[in-house]
Structure formats: structure tokens, C-alpha cells
Design a protein around this ligand. Sequence first.
Ligand SMILES: *Cc1c(COP(=O)(O)O)cnc(C)c1O
Length: 222
Amino acid sequence: MHPIEDSFKYLRDVIPSSVTLVAVSKTKSGQEIMELYNLGQRDFGENKVQELTAKYEELPKDIKWHFIGHLQRNKVKYIAPFVHLIHSVDSRDTLKEIDKRAAQHERNINCLIQVAISDEESKFGLDHSSLLGLLDEIKAVEFPNIHISGLMGMGTNTSDVKKTRSEFNGLKNLFDELKQTYSTENIDIKTLSMGMTGDFTIAIEEGSNMVRIGSLLFGPRN
Ligand SMILES: *Cc1c(COP(=O)(O)O)cnc(C)c1O
């Protein structure tokens, strides 16, 4: 009778407490979000700036809003005042803009860098060497209002479990390597955002500590 509540309880049972559950609420109503909110959920993820901003205005202010979609530079300003974590940074230009807007609001914005681990062209993210290049720049250049707290990846949408596992394993190895090699004032690699409805179990087995789950919680999107 309460599908959202049932799915939430199920997920709370199967997801270890060390893994943060981000409830992906894109296309879902404020009322549906409130159902989860009233069960204690506070982390919600959206992939469109306009939708996110509208929901931020409407809903309780202690919600932690995660931006998980592709972020255009000219839209950073709309989410800069309140966003909790941006999962999808994939260029220096975007980062520079986030830093500038964060400074205007006298805050620090937490970001993950999105890494390309899938072979699907529709998915954004940096390859290995661009990632290292960007981290080196962040180390050298001043982005005082940005904090890089980890990596995000999206696996290929496939039923080939081996392929998914190997993509997630590759990202976990990279995460571990960067954790050792990059530790500066504004880089502290500790969050690994990987896993969605179809692959979160594998992602957690491979070392994810943040999963982004939409359809399993809220039901299919139109
Ligand atoms: C939509 C979306 C999700 C959630 O997808 P589900 O399969 O519904 O769990 C996770 N991550 C990103 C980046 C998304 O855009």
C-alpha cells in the first residue's frame, strides 16, 4: 500500500550504513519527495537546474540537494547558493565558474569529478589523463571556494554483470590511487558516487560509498 515507504525500508536494510543513499527525485513531485522526507531521508538528487531550483524553493530547507546531471556553465549561478554536492564536474571552465559563484555567496561548494567509465557516448565524464590534468590544475591554481571530495561514475547500461563490475572496479582503483596522491587544502578524495537502481549492489560490492537511486524508490519515470 505504501510503495515508496516499502522500497525505502528495503534499501535501508540492504545498503550498509557507511553508504550514503541519494534519492534521485527527478520528474517526481514535491509530495512524493515529502513522503521520503517524512521517513527521515534528507539527501535528494536532481539532474536539471530549473527543476532543482523550483524544488529547493518549495521544500524544507534542511534537504541536502545533490546535482547529478550535466552542468552547463551558464546555469551554475542558479544552484550555487544552496547546492550540497555537485557530482558531475567534468571541466576546468565549469569548476572555475562554480568557484566564482561560490565566492559570491561566501560559501564553499563540494564537488565530485565525473569520470567516464562506460563506453556509451551519451555519458559525460573525463578520461583518466584529463582527470589527472584537472587535479593538477586544481592543486596549482587557486580555487579557494571549491572542495573536491571525490569521484562519480556511471556504468554502462547493460545486463552484462561482469562488464559493470569491471567498470566499477576500475573506478575504485583510481579512487584509491588518487586518495593517496592528491591531498591538498581543497582536494580530499573520500566520496565514491557509483551505483543506481540497476547496479547499486555491484557498485557497493566494488567499494562505492554513495549510491544514487531513483526508480527503485519512486517507481518508474514517465
Ligand atoms: C537518473 C539518474 C540516476 C538514478 O537512476 P535510477 O536508475 O532511476 O536509479 C542516477 N544517477 C544519475 C546521474 C541519473 O541521471
